[in-house]
Design a binder for this molecule. Structure first.
Ligand code: KG4
Ligand code: ZN
Length: 346
């Protein structure tokens, strides 16, 4: 079965072709980051308009690159939510219309389900059940994943997401938007221990997080300290130490409490080198294996949506003839709780 995946929930237009027998055939991606940078954040209306411009050429490119044609596609999976309503509408409308025109099913996929399952694109892949740490620009969650469609929320951030905290702190350090990756680079030149920031909710006894206070602590430090490059690097290091320490401790505690021995890390912050390095090291000493998506699949992409769609269709016993083709109608869900989805609703 060949699935066309479409991702347009925020500021990346991502397209992919996934074969349930051969795996990922290829993908194309356009990031709008340059366009939003001058505004210091994503401008929703500009995002939707740009998705409209990019989506059809990117689908054509993905087909050309993989040497497939539209008629080879068996089903379409598009991101139905959560995300920016206008941006989601672009991918959902193109997916549903294409499904209708080709007389094949078009299903809506939960964006976070795509992130959660993205390490399954790599080899070796984790086996169900596992614990997942989802750390993106919009979410920070610990989930238990028993199988495709069965997700239990163990804990989440009570305020800012980890990626949001990286971005806001990066802005304070003059690193522009989105600054997560730049902050992490700067932190690598920083010296650990010169500054100590709080470790929010480290001992809260649950699996929740809080990151909004950290940026205030960073702001206070910036005001008190000299404004030289090494000081900024040391502050970045202190910030990164706080975030990664809390994420690592809580993620490993969640795995230990579950009695499982596999942890999956997904979402943009999963690209953070210090997080990867320290987490893998600590997990290995307690017999836990950590799985990460390839770096290019940590941030938003079409491959994870195609994969999630393929797994959901397979779990529901996909049969091209029996499956209802898209009627061309669709809905999007700007807010959508991952626990509320079930595998059979395809
Ligand atoms: O998963 P993603 O594309 O966003 C959402 O779906 O929300 O992740 C984007 C987030 C941004 O906040 C970005 O700053 C952060 O991931 N990020 C990083 C790194 N690379 C991207 N944060 C920390 N370290 C990195 N290397
Ligand atoms: Zn995402």
């Amino acid at each position: 079965m060949i699935i066309l995946g479409i991702e347009t929930s925020c500021d990346e237009t991502g397209i992919a072709l996934f074969d349930t027998k051969r795996g990922l055939l290829g993908h194309t991606l356009f990031s709008q980051i340059e366009m939003h940078r001058e505004y210091g954040g994503v401008v929703p209306e500009l995002a939707s308009r740009d998705h409209i411009r990019r989506i059809v050429p990117l689908i054509s490119q993905a087909l050309t690159k993989t040497d497939y044609t539209l008629t080879d596609i068996d089903a379409i999976a598009y991101t139905q939510g959560p995300g920016l309503a206008g941006a989601l509408l672009v991918g959902a409308s193109v997916g549903a219309a294409l499904g209708f025109a080709l007389n094949i099913p078009a299903i809506g996929v939960h964006h976070l389900e795509g992130h959660l399952l993205s390490p399954l694109l790599s080899t070796p892949a984790p086996q169900f059940p596992f614990i997942a740490l989802l750390v993106s620009g919009g979410h920070t969650q610990l989930m238990r994943v028993d199988r495709v469609g069965q997700y239990q929320l163990l804990g989440e951030t009570v305020d800012d997401a980890a990626g949001e905290a990286f971005d806001k702190t990066a802005k304070l350090l003059g690193l522009g938007y989105p600054g997560g990756a730049a902050l992490s680079k700067l932190a690598e030149q920083g010296r650990p221990g010169r500054f100590k920031l709080p470790f929010p909710m480290r001992h809260s006894g649950d699996f929740n997080f809080s990151f909004s206070g950290l940026k205030t602590a960073v702001l206070t430090l910036i005001h008190q300290q000299p404004k030289d490059q090494q000081t900024y690097a040391d502050i970045a290091r202190a910030f990164q130490d706080s975030v990664t320490t809390v994420l690592i401790e809580k993620a490993l505690a969640a795995v230990n409490e579950s009695g499982l021995n596999q942890l999956v890390v997904a979402g943009g912050v999963g690209a953070n080198r210090q997080l990867r390095h320290q987490l893998t090291e600590k997990a290995n000493t307690s017999g836990i294996t950590v799985y990460y998506p390839e770096l290019e699949f940590c941030t938003d992409n079409g491959a994870m949506i195609a994969l999630a769609g393929a797994l959901r269709l397979e779990a529901a016993g996909f049969n091209k003839e029996a499956q209802k083709a898209s009627t061309g109608s669709f809905t999007v869900r700007a807010r959508w709780n991952l626990e509320n989805i079930t595998c059979t609703k395809v």
